[in-house]
Design a protein around this ligand. Structure first.
Ligand code: BES
Ligand code: ZN
Ligand code: ZN
Length: 502
């Protein structure tokens, strides 16, 4: 189930699970809004800006019952209204990420209390990034990942209305935070959906919806026969063990009046990675439904880019397939030919993501992309190296890597640059063909995976590979504790905006 976005004026509402949450900016003072729960900010070493009569809230801070650290929330009542004093830490360290974490704690407590209308007081002099962060924290935290549970009587639903109150009109920042968080939640819905439903064809159905968002968007797809006809022998080899049809999804955004080559956003969408004939151990294999996370990010970021009307042409290419063992599956030692003519020795059928991406990246270049960025849950090694804290960034261009790091700093989705090196490329030199899909040495697994993709991306145009194996799901963030995290949606929007400004 994919959340739908409805917007009218500066009001925006989104379907979260089965409930709708309406989010609005207001210049009405919190106490005059008729909200049943009011969240009031407090900074380290500062008093409450708008206290109740008698200094009731400051008194709680003075007694240490309400704390100022990010994530702290203290409850008190005045009349029939609940007050949540929420910590924002020290004022000089307040950024979008602190706001997201603080707002997520507010949302969780408001939900526990059965809040219907929540009013969040925005602190004085908050930047747009902080306002967006507050909205994102609430909307991301309210996202439900267990909507398929039928016995839900004990579960509290999120607030149906959320107001963000400031002296000034903050409706633009509220609308942007809402749109970004909603797009991220849509990616999480795709991630969390089970692989019997979220098939390559189901991803096409979502791409069709996205293409309808604008007359300047269009969709093309290649099915199994189309992939074979286009010479995508690497991608087709991964799909050949599956009864379900693979798809290469090509979604174009051509903003009117912009005559530039497109940014290619490429995503790995293996809707279930069993490993194929090189089958994975069964313990934990269920997590491999998340192996389509890169594709989910690419699609939903493109949807947000279209909705925001960003003046950067985009070509979003998603490689969607299962990776299963069967009598028709590819075999270790098979040799396949990618669409650029490279011959590839399949050493390990579980290194399938790079095979899918190879043909997607060749296609991105053939489409005349000015730059390429790919998102993929590519290697377990990346997760071992960086855990849930950072995604790994590999690039053939320092300038492009810097631009990605800037977008990452702006969106609050951390990237850490990892190395490419000719010696890693050497480790995947072929014996019987041009190149092998794995190295025989169990070292530098994330970098040899990246070098495999680098072979197809080449050095003519800036390319970056983002290995999200550690950050795609189960990351335990206050606003994305369980299931899919939707990593990279906000980052891609910031990146695309930075290209439009250039
Ligand atoms: N989808 C996996 C990578 C992965 C592992 C993502 C754990 C998230 C969590 C990928 O297709 C894979 O299986 N990679 C292999 C490569 C190896 C065979 C060189 C891996 O990392 O073990
Ligand atoms: Zn695999
Ligand atoms: Zn995989």
């Amino acid at each position: 189930m994919v959340s739908g976005l409805v917007q009218s004026g500066n009001k925006a509402s989104v379907a979260i699970g089965s409930e709708a949450m309406q989010v609005e900016a207001t210049t009405t003072a919190p106490g005059a809004t008729l909200a049943d729960t009011i969240a009031v900010p407090v900074f380290e070493a500062e008093g409450i800006a708008h206290d109740l009569e008698g200094g009731q809230l400051d008194a709680l801070v003075d007694r240490g019952e309400a704390r100022t650290s990010v994530g702290s929330v203290a409850l008190t009542h005045a009349g029939s209204t609940r007050y949540l004093i929420y910590g924002l830490g020290s004022r000089d360290r307040l950024d979008g990420e602190a706001a997201r974490r603080a707002a997520a704690a507010v949302e969780a407590e408001a939900r526990r209390l059965g809040t219907e209308t929540l009013c969040v007081e925005i602190p004085h002099h908050a930047s747009d990034q902080v306002v967006e962060g507050l909205v994102e924290g609430v909307v991301l935290s309210a996202h439900r990942w267990d909507t398929r549970k039928t016995e839900n009587s004990a579960r509290r639903e999120p607030a149906t209305r959320v107001l963000l109150s400031d002296h000034q009109d903050r409706s633009a920042a509220v609308a942007r935070g809402f749109l970004l968080a909603t797009a991220q939640n849509c990616a999480r819905d795709l991630q969390n959906a089970p692989p019997n439903e979220l098939t390559p064809e189901a991803l096409v159905a979502r791409a069709e919806e996205i293409a309808l968002l604008s007359e300047h968007a269009s969709l093309e797809t290649l099915d199994r026969a189309g992939l074979i006809a286009a010479g995508c022998g690497a991608f087709a080899a991964v799909a050949q063990g599956s009864v379900r049809e693979p798809r290469m999804i090509i979604l174009r955004w051509s903003p009117p009046g912009v005559d530039a080559k497109p940014l290619a956003i490429v995503g790995k969408a293996v809707t279930f990675d069993s490993g194929g004939i090189s089958i994975k151990p069964s313990g934990g294999m269920e997590e491999m439904k998340f192996d389509m996370s890169g594709g989910a990010t690419a699609l939903e970021a493109t949807a947000a880019i279209i909705e925001l009307g960003i003046a950067t042409p985009v070509i979003c290419i998603v490689g969607a397939t299962e990776n299963l063992p069967s009598g028709s599956a590819m075999l270790p030692s098979d040799i396949v030919t990618a669409s650029d003519g490279t011959t590839i020795e399949i050493d390990n059928t579980d290194a399938e993501g790079r095979l899918v991406l190879a043909d997607c990246i060749v296609r991105a270049k053939a489409e005349g992309a000015s730059r390429i960025v790919d998102f993929a849950t590519l290697t377990g090694a990346m997760r071992i190296a960086l855990g849930h804290a950072y995604a790994g960034l590999f690039s053939n261009s320092d300038a492009w890597a810097e631009q990605l790091l800037d977008a990452s700093a702006e969106s609050g989705e951390p990237l850490w640059r990892m190395p490419l090196h000719p010696s890693y490329m050497k480790m995947i030199e072929g014996r019987y063909a041009d190149i092998r899909n794995t190295s025989s040495k169990r070292v530098a697994g994330a970098s040899t995976g990246a070098e495999f993709i680098h072979h197809f991306a080449g050095d003519e145009i800036p390319w970056a590979h983002i290995d999200i194996a550690g950050v795609a799901d189960g990351v335990g963030l206050p606003y994305a504790k369980h299931g899919g995290a939707g990593f990279g949606v906000r980052l891609l929007v910031c990146l695309t905006e930075s290209l439009a400004e250039a």
